[in-house]
Design a protein around this ligand. Structure first.
Ligand code: ADP
Length: 627
């Protein structure tokens, strides 16, 4: 029989599993039960949509059995099963491993993090077993197949016999060692506990043959062991239970299991809505972004159930894009079971539910911002980009819903604040909401343009996310206060006298400025200004596109040719201005041009823009320094 190799990254992950650095080994069972439950759901759903498949819901079940002597633990289901191809693609590689980069010499925490990111899954069984056999027969196949693996070396797939549709997962449990008693997974009592703890809500019965130690003869003190099949779980889906029955831990366990997260959720929103359309929903805001959140593969959506039966694993229509990080479940009796997915999208009930859910999440976030700021800030640091994106997406259609949920870093408070907080603190003299953007807080702090605004004691919003300026451009204003970029050439904080003074300097030197501009054809204007206190030069912009926005456009794969209109501003009070004027008067053309080039390069460096001719500039600087 041919032995196949695991994909190399899967191998390394397996290696981590086998050497089980993950402390909570118990979870392997909930992962397998959860897979079985999904397989049962899939089969039942198929039976509803395909007349040729007849399945009674009552017959669907999961069975646990164990053999202590042979050290075998078996998890069986009569779900949809797997074809040979599915076995290969589902268990041959770890589906998500391609998106993961393994580092050499990972710390223990990083390893645990990696395992967590995978949602552990089927492979977690290698934490407790040294050999795994999967015997499965798919509803779509006449033949049954066996998959077997002892870990990193690879796996084999061969044909086998199996009468009924479904899957048996047979684990050969590891020998006990100094660190761990693996034999506990071969104990009735332990298994019962684990199912109760992690898989109680599974809607299909999880059955196991249990031993009842019964008193047979009271006088003689004789006992008898009687075997009986028991259902280990209560089978009531957690979202159908009353809030009062549930503890935080129940929600957390359910969330971690269902959505394969190793961390508890940041927020749980459990609601039951009665009305034209009735439904129950259980929503979670994760405490960190899923590993694939910012990739194309990430699919938003909530699991959709119709009276306890899953119709769709991820119904995207239930969530707007800006809340795509929300995970959860919606269960409604008003949705017909055998409705096709296309018709479902058109369903009025679904539209009502999705509208309600959107506003529910929004209200919960508003409350969190008001009452639990620390958690909100943590949430915002993780998913804020999504909200800001929501502000400008769809031509700003949703901006009013989101504008009070976005936060920006305040130069005065040195932390995130809301726009409302900014505006409430504005004095009478201040007309605009000032902002500055750059790649980091520190870099923005040192921008020459920031100094002048700070001097007036105005707060400045520091924008470091690439979406920030687009968000602000879409908002245009907040409570009638316009946003103003401190790097905008039109920034006007001067008194009338100051303005007159600069105007004169510019007029008197118009030829000099024109010649500088001729040399720097990229900039739309060169001018003297008094907005720079200590710095010699800076780059500002005219029009709607700022330098930071241009950087975002430049980074896009399809160059749209959108360019910022830049202005080189030279500090009129800085000695360098006098120097320029002197050189110009002396008609020292080369020297004047060299100074111009160096100054422009400085301005570009400060703005975080690349220099096209670094070697030339470096030489010019050294020439000047050597004089
Ligand atoms: P996940 O469940 O997160 O997708 P797993 O590694 O646990 O990842 O499982 C991989 C895939 O193998 C599942 O998505 C499913 O298609 C298939 N699978 C696992 N267990 C079963 C089962 N008992 N019956 C049918 N298919 C299964």
């Amino acid at each position: 029989m041919e032995k196949k190799e695991f994909q190399s990254e899967s191998k390394r992950l397996l290696d981590l599993m086998i050497n089980s650095i993950y402390t909570n080994k118990d979870i392997f069972l909930r992962e397998l039960i959860s897979n079985s439950s999904d397989a049962l759901d899939k089969l039942y759903y198929r039976s509803l949509t395909d007349d040729k498949i007849n399945v009674e819901k009552e017959d669907l079940e999961i069975n646990l059995s164990f053999d202590k002597d042979k050290r075998l633990l078996t998890i069986s289901d009569n779900g949809i099963g797997m074809t040979k191809e599915e076995l290969e693609s589902n268990l041959g590689i770890i589906a998500k491993s391609g998106s993961l980069s393994f580092k050499e010499n990972m710390t223990k925490d990083e390893k645990i993090d990696i395992i967590g990111q995978f949602g552990v899954g089927f492979y977690s069984s290698f934490m407790v077993s040294d050999k795994i056999t999967v015997i499965t027969k798919s509803i779509d196949s006449k033949k049954a197949y066996q998959w077997e693996s002892e870990g990193v070396d690879g796996y084999t797939i061969s044909e086998t016999k199996k009468d009924s549709i479904g899957t048996d997962i047979i684990l050969h449990i590891k020998e006990d060692d100094e660190e761990f008693d693996y034999c506990k997974y071969l104990e009735e009592y332990e298994l019962k506990n684990l199912v109760k703890k992690y898989s109680d809500y599974i809607r299909f019965p999880i059955k196991m043959e249990c031993t009842h130690h019964e008193l047979k003869d009271e006088e003689k003190h004789e006992y008898e062991d009687r075997k009986e099949i028991e259902i280990l779980n209560s089978m009531i889906p957690i979202w159908k239970k009353n809030k009062s029955e549930l503890k935080e831990e129940d929600y957390d366990n359910f969330y971690m299991d269902k959505f394969s997260d190793y961390d508890k959720p940041l927020k749980v929103i459990h609601s039951s809505v009665e009305g034209m359309t009735s439904y129950k929903s259980l929503l979670f805001i994760p405490s960190h972004a899923p590993y694939d959140f910012y990739t194309q593969e990430y699919e938003k959506g909530l699991a959709l159930y119709s009276n306890g039966v899953m119709i769709m694993e991820k119904c995207g229509d239930l969530l707007p894009d800006y809340f795509s990080f929300v995970k959860g479940i919606v269960d409604s009796e008003d949705l017909s079971l055998n409705i096709s997915r296309e018709l479902l999208q058109e369903s009025q009930s679904l539209k009502i539910i999705s509208k309600n859910i959107e506003s529910k999440i929004r209200k919960e976030l508003e409350t969190m911002l008001k009452d639990d700021r620390e958690n909100y800030v943590s949430f915002f640091k993780t998913f804020g980009v999504q909200l800001k994106y929501g502000v400008y997406n769809n031509y700003g259609m949703d901006k009013d819903k989101l504008k009070d949920l976005v936060m920006f870093y305040s130069s005065k408070h040195e932390r995130l604040i809301t726009l409302k907080e900014y505006v409430d603190e504005m004095g009478d003299k201040q007309d605009n909401i000032y902002y500055a953007s750059g790649s980091s807080i520190d870099k923005i702090k040192n921008l020459p343009q920031v100094e002048q605004v700070k001097d007036k004691d105005y707060d400045i919003l520091f924008l470091t996310d690439y979406v920030d300026e687009f968000c602000i451009t879409a908002l245009q204003e907040y409570e009638k206060k316009k946003f103003m970029n401190v790097s905008d050439g039109g920034l006007d904080l001067d008194s009338e006298e100051e303005k007159e003074e600069v105007k004169k300097v510019n007029e008197d030197n118009s030829d000099l400025l024109k010649d500088m501009n001729k040399l720097l054809d990229e900039v739309s204007e060169v001018r003297f200004s008094n907005k720079l206190k200590t710095h010699p030069v800076c780059l500002t912009t005219k029009g709607d596109v700022s330098i930071e926005m241009q950087k975002v456009f430049d980074a896009m794969p399809n160059d749209m040719g959108i360019k910022a209109q830049t202005v080189l501003e030279v500090n009129e009070k800085h000695p360098i201005s006098k120097k320029l004027m002197t050189l110009y008067k002396k008609k020292d053309k080369t020297e004047f041009e060299n100074y111009t080039k160096i100054l422009y390069s400085e301005a570009r460096i400060i703005a975080g823009l690349p220099i096209d001719n670094p070697t030339e500039i470096s030489k010019l600087i050294c020439d000047v320094l050597s004089k």
